[in-house]
Design a protein around this ligand. Structure first.
Ligand code: PLP
Ligand code: TYF
Length: 394
């Protein structure tokens, strides 16, 4: 029967990982896949996570199943991290998922269960996996304008005009912070405008929050999510712990559904458990347990926050250095947006030819749409990248 199957198009980002690994040149620079790297190019296990894992290894007495939504303490800790005291815990249904991707996938499935004619509004561009999962689920997507290539900023008027077309029963997918792939984010005032349009339209927001703590800090990065979730009747939030806890391969995340009307929460909670059961029964536990320990033990938490803050400020310094080097070498301010962007990524605005030239001539690997992972740089490689960008004619 499998003669009916055709091969699938590759994930471009994962393909790039292999191309980079196979390149024998010394001095090659990996700005591809979105993992944090320290100045030595290492993706470390965070200190607090290491300690939590040690304690788990010593103290854990069973690996028996937990429950369909995972450890309730994990859900409580994650709701508190994302929502702060912006809302009551009773207004949130939450379930652990395998990473943020699992949460995204189930959010779409939940929305489609509620509305079989679901449409999902997505930023143009967005994380390619959003599009690929939606296509797989045969859910209609409606792109909304987002990135202004000329300025490297969010095209707010275009975005708002396109979101005005959304209707009740539609989902509007927003990146809570640190937009992937562009790095450009709406300002606080823009978020208030977005909320006003969402209210007017009657559409339901869904926030993908994969980089809390990588942009302007843990609280600042959660502020748009909190604003949306407290302003609209219902909000879905897909949360990833992969980056901010550095637990990528443990597959740790959560799907939250916030409702102003607490009467809705029981059914939402049941449906989150139902979706876990249909897809894999129980979500992964190890990463979630380590994250819970880090969030609830004051010492571990302080250490985690300090390390996360070092990662964040390190990336900001690299942004500023790169923008300054490019200003000096190009004699123009046209790359100033790199210092304004937040998170791991910036879209450089290079053509596919220029991206190829950067790879072939300079050993610089960025995604084909010219997305750069800023964490792939260090103080010494920034000038080399700036030189390569100018030489490639960007
Ligand atoms: N959403 C966005 C925008 C991402 O960039 C990522 C990738 O890290 C995820 C969700 C989910 O990542 P993971 O499934 O590894 O937690
Ligand atoms: O955009 C990225 O690079 C990260 C990591 O299929 C990633 O979000 C890349 C590809 C993928 C899953 C995660």
């Amino acid at each position: 029967m499998f003669e009916t199957l055709r091969t699938q198009p590759p994930d471009k980002i994962i393909e790039l990982m292999k191309l980079y690994a196979d390149d024998p040149r010394e001095g090659k620079i990996d700005l591809g896949v979105g993992v944090y790297k320290n100045p030595d190019g290492v993706t470390p296990v965070m200190r607090a996570i290491k300690t939590a894992e040690k304690r788990l290894w010593e103290d854990q007495t069973t690996k028996a199943y937990v429950g369909l939504i995972g450890d309730p303490a994990f859900n409580d800790a994650m709701v508190a991290l994302v929502m702060g005291d912006a809302i009551e815990r009773a207004q949130v249904a939450s379930a652990a998922t395998p990473g943020g991707t699992g949460a995204v996938r189930q959010a779409f499935e939940l929305a489609r269960m509620a509305n079989p004619d679901l449409r999902v509004f997505v930023s143009d561009p967005t994380w390619p996996n959003h599009l690929s999962i939606l296509k797989h689920l045969k859910i209609e997507t409606v792109p909304y304008r987002y990135f202004d290539n000329a300025t490297g900023t969010v095209d707010v008027p275009g975005m708002l005009a396109d979101l005005e077309q959304a209707k009740p029963g539609d989902i509007v997918l927003l990146h809570g912070c640190c937009h992937n792939p562009t790095g450009a984010n709406p300002g606080a005032g823009h978020w208030r405008e977005i909320v006003a349009v969402l209210k007017q339209s009657g559409a339901t927001p869904m926030i993908d929050l994969a980089y809390q703590g990588f942009g302007d800090g843990l609280e600042a990065d959660a502020a748009p999510t909190r604003l949306v979730a407290t302003s609209l009747p219902e909000t879905l939030i897909a949360v990833s712990c992969s980056k901010n806890f550095g637990v990528y391969r443990e597959r740790t995340g959560a799907l939250m559904a916030v409702a102003q009307d607490t009467d809705r929460v029981a059914a939402l909670q049941d449906n989150l458990a139902y979706l876990n059961r249909q897809n894999y029964s129980f979500p992964p536990d190890h990463g979630a347990r380590a994250v819970t320990m880090v969030l609830t033990d004051p010492e571990l938490r302080a250490d985690w926050e300090a390390e996360l803050e070092d990662m964040r400020t390190g990336m900001l310094r690299l942004r500023e250095q790169l923008a300054a080097e490019l200003r000096a070498r190009s004699g123009s301010d046209r790359f100033g947006f790199i210092a304004e962007h937040r998170g791991m990524f910036s879209r450089l605005g290079a053509t596919p030819d220029q991206v190829q030239r950067l790879r072939d001539d300079h050993g610089v690997y960025m995604v084909g749409d010219s997305r750069m992972n800023i964490a792939g740089l260090n103080e010494k490689t920034v000038p080399l990248l700036a030189e390569a960008i100018v030489k490639a004619g960007v």
